[in-house]
Design a protein around this ligand. Sequence first.
Ligand code: HEC
Length: 209
Amino acid sequence: MFANILPGAGRGTAREASGGGGALQATRFRWWRTPSTILRMVPLPVPRRILLLLTVPLWTVPLQAHDNYAAERNAVMLDRAQTKFMLSCGGCHGTLGESPPLSVPVLRGRAGYFLCTPQGREYVIRLPNVSRALMSDADLAAVMNFVTFKLGEHSVPGKAQPFTAAEVAEIRARPLNALPLNAFRRKVVKTLVSRCGAPADMLDYGKLH
Ligand code: HEC
């Protein structure tokens, strides 16, 4: 009763019907068939043929290894500060500092402007999400240097100095939590626009449209 669902059952019947012609054809070399067809032509006893057949999956290993190394060479490598930024900040600011500008301020090509004034430099560390980030002072300094100097690109003023762990420790102890954050940001950014060449559309974030 299982005969017609077993693999090859139909073929066997057809071969019998053709009067043994199938046996003759099986010896012909058919390169497009499975490796076992080729192995049938190998002059080895059957147990050795089976052993050889078992090695088939290994034949492509050199090719696979080559692919693995290629993928590794092309992989993007993130340093510690970039990884921390991605995990703690990337959800809102985007992994490359690009976010929907009306919802979250864009950091890419802009974050560096804040280093133009002492108030701006403090503002970026005093932000609640920054000052309270679960990071040591040294890690936060490295993340903010990545944000302002790397993501900030051309926006960082020539004379700007990197943040140090000691500076971050002092500023983050005074988080912005007793004033309207948005109004404070507008005050800071207005100065950056009028004095530091920051683009006026930095004021679009938080505006009611
Ligand atoms: C929950 C979302 C969120 C997270 C997480 C977050 N931020 Fe922000 N970030 C904001 C918002 C919203 C503002 C605007 C704040 C305001 O209105 O003053 C902002 C402002 C900033 C600014 C100033 C840019 C500007 O134009 O005002 C910087 C720099 C910044 N964030 C860096 C970071 C860093 C670094 C982290 C991670 C340690 C981080 N943020 C985590 C939402 C977030």
